[in-house]
Design a protein around this ligand. Structure first.
Ligand SMILES: [Zn+2]
Ligand SMILES: [Zn+2]
Length: 260
């Protein structure tokens, strides 16, 4: 399995997961928070084109995840998956779009990838995050949640690779110029995970198969990549586990994840 990000943060998110089985390669995009032309440009940067994509899966309605979904999927005829709540919250015209619904606990196949949805704690109508497998490797993603729950820990146990939100540094958010309501929203249990919370989550999760950890969805105002990396490094065995931090502009380059 291979992973790359076209960009990660509050100005736009898009992740690519690919699985190879013999001559066929499946590409799935998770979220599309960039405009159509920008998405194509970023896809080209990682050696892909829209016609490679088998599906576009959407985590929730916030524009940094769903802002580009409709135009991109319609223009390039890509099947879309999302929760019914996300569909309702978007309230948009989905004509000409091949739309499927999924919800917490669902498991569905796209090409050679089996994808499982689980719910998270975020101020969206029916937010989902996903873990997926090609039969050999399990990858899990967790961004846009204000807290980790036993349900999340259970869904993401035994992953070979994890992408975890490191949205903010506690002190930087506290001292930032953000208005009080926004600080409260970000720091709430329906907001985002701090570096500290990401570290606590990693310390709790089953790391027996873990080889790669990607820190993601960093705030450009209330965090630094070095602080996110420090928090992850402190919670994993860095001799065995590679730690990567995703950027808003560059995301991260293709990462290959192998089994045991
Ligand atoms: Zn977001
Ligand atoms: Zn969000």
């Amino acid at each position: 399995m291979k992973l790359t990000s076209l960009g990660s943060g509050s100005k736009g998110n898009s992740l690519l997961v690919s699985a190879k089985d013999g001559l066929t390669t499946t590409f799935v995009m998770v979220d599309c928070g960039f405009g159509t032309r920008e998405t194509v440009r970023r896809l080209e940067r990682v050696g892909c084109s829209p016609s490679d994509l088998s599906a576009l899966i959407v985590t929730h309605e916030h524009s940094d995840h769903a802002g580009g979904v409709l135009a991109f999927a319609r223009r390039h005829r890509i099947p879309v998956w999302m929760s019914y709540g996300t569909f309702q919250a978007l309230g948009k015209d989905f004509s000409e779009i091949d739309l499927s619904f999924c919800r917490d606990g669902d498991c569905f196949n796209v090409g050679d990838l089996q994808i499982s949805a689980f719910t998270v704690s975020h101020d969206a109508k029916e937010p989902l995050q996903f873990h997926m497998t090609d039969g050999a490797v399990k990858f899990g993603m967790l961004t846009d949640t204000g807290q980790t729950t036993p349900h999340i820990l259970n869904a993401l146990s035994g992953c070979d690779a994890l992408m975890v939100e490191c949205n903010y540094d506690d002190l930087m958010l506290k001292n930032s110029s953000y208005p009080f309501y926004l600080k409260k929203r970000i720091g709430s249990i329906y907001g985002h995970l701090s570096n500290h919370c990401a570290g606590e989550f990693l310390a709790q999760i089953d790391q027996s198969r873990l080889k790669k950890v990607i820190g993601a969805h960093l705030s450009q105002n209330n965090n630094f990549p070095e602080l996110a990396k420090q928090a992850i490094d402190a919670s994993v065995d860095t001799k065995k586990i590679e730690v990567i931090v995703a950027g808003q502009n560059d995301g991260f380059e293709w990462v290959e994840v192998t089994g045991r």
